[in-house]
Design a protein around this ligand. Structure first.
Ligand SMILES: *Cc1c(COP(=O)(O)O)cnc(C)c1O
Length: 328
């Protein structure tokens, strides 16, 4: 195994760049949750991060790392989710320009939010056009820097600051549970944990319908899958990245899954018991903790609640159909 490309020093530099810009998000605890799991759980509330998810950390770090001339020219990102809004906000704060490539049928609220943060939305027809090719074309034509949502060292370093902060806030952990899509958050968290509490087991949690990360870890290579059908829209990735995979393979103990039913039950639990709104992807790590499938007894467990961006109508519809048997 080659030495992973992401180093703890990169995360420390990212923390300095984010100082006074990103929120140091609160860590919440619950005696009820502890009793359910027979463990001590520490919930890192990135749903309360600026723009509603940890993605702000990586996006801001990556834009801040651009050369002044690149920053002046602007940034392009393709995403209909949290990364797009994070890039738009980061660019506004750093005096850069964001062009976000989104499908023409993206939810109106997401297009509006991206524009509100100052991003220029470039709509494309997702049945007839290839967004990656379009992104590259725009980058070439207009001299923009393309910042991908996870497979980028500066993005990974920024995402790792959440776990670093958590460990600093609560002390050493025995287990750290991290939602997994393309692996920016997981790779950054694993590098942070290896330095700050080397005995901590770091586990990724991905949707049951799309366990490419688990398959990749077992196979020792990046496994590609079709876009999974899951409520966890922030983790509908088809494969890990060439930068995230080696770090995950070297430092992550295991990758487990949570079902959509477990995600909605977990969202309901947080709304009711902790007065927190979390989006389905943001509930992955907590759903794994509540599942009973992990041996957490007597352990100190960090749980990253990665985001809270969900349309209110969708949130209430999901909660109305929840099978409460899955959590609490
Ligand atoms: C993007 C995202 C994830 C997954 O992060 P990766 O770095 O792609 O693994 C998890 N939760 C939320 C809320 C996200 O927006």
């Amino acid at each position: 195994m080659t030495e992973p490309g992401l180093r703890f020093a990169n995360i420390e530099s990212a923390r300095q760049r984010l100082q006074g810009v990103a929120h140091c998000t609160p860590v919440l605890t619950s005696r009820t949750a502890d009793a359910l799991c027979g463990a001590r759980l520490f919930f890192k509330c990135e749903n309360l991060q600026r723009m509603g998810a940890f993605k702000f950390r990586g996006a801001y770090n990556a834009v801040a790392c651009l050369e002044p001339a690149q920053r002046a020219a602007g940034v392009v990102a393709f995403s209909s989710g949290n990364h797009a809004q994070a890039i738009a906000l980061a660019c506004r704060l750093l005096g850069s320009r964001a062009v976000i490539v989104m499908p023409h049928d993206a939810p109106h609220a997401k297009v509006a939010a991206t524009r509100e943060y100052g991003g220029e939305v470039h709509l494309y027809d997702r049945f007839r056009e290839d967004r990656e090719a379009l992104g590259r074309e725009l980058a070439a034509e207009r001299g923009l820097s393309l910042i991908p949502p996870y497979d980028h060292l500066d993005v990974m370093a920024g995402q790792g600051t959440a776990a670093a902060e958590l460990i600093e806030q609560v002390g050493p952990l025995d287990v750290l549970l991290v939602p997994l899509g393309g692996g920016g958050l997981l790779s950054g968290s694993a590098v942070a944990a290896r330095t700050l509490c080397p005995d901590c087991a770091v586990l990724g949690v991905e949707p049951e319908a799309g366990d490419d990360g688990r398959q990749s870890l077992r196979a020792g290579r990046i496994v590609h899958i079709d876009t999974p059908e899951t409520l966890a829209d922030g983790a509908q990735t088809q494969h890990l990245g060439v930068h995230t995979f080696p770090v995950i393979a070297a430092l992550v103990q295991d990758i487990v899954t949570a079902s959509d039913a477990e995600l909605t039950a977990t969202m309901a639990w947080f709304a009711e018991r902790m007065k927190l709104v979390i989006e389905p992807t943001g509930a992955l790590a907590a759903a794994a903790a509540f599942s009973g499938r992990l041996d957490l007894s007597g352990k100190r467990v960090g749980v990253i609640l990665s985001g809270g961006n969900i349309d209110l109508a969708r949130f209430s519809a999901l909660l109305a159909n929840t099978n409460r048997a899955h959590a609490g």
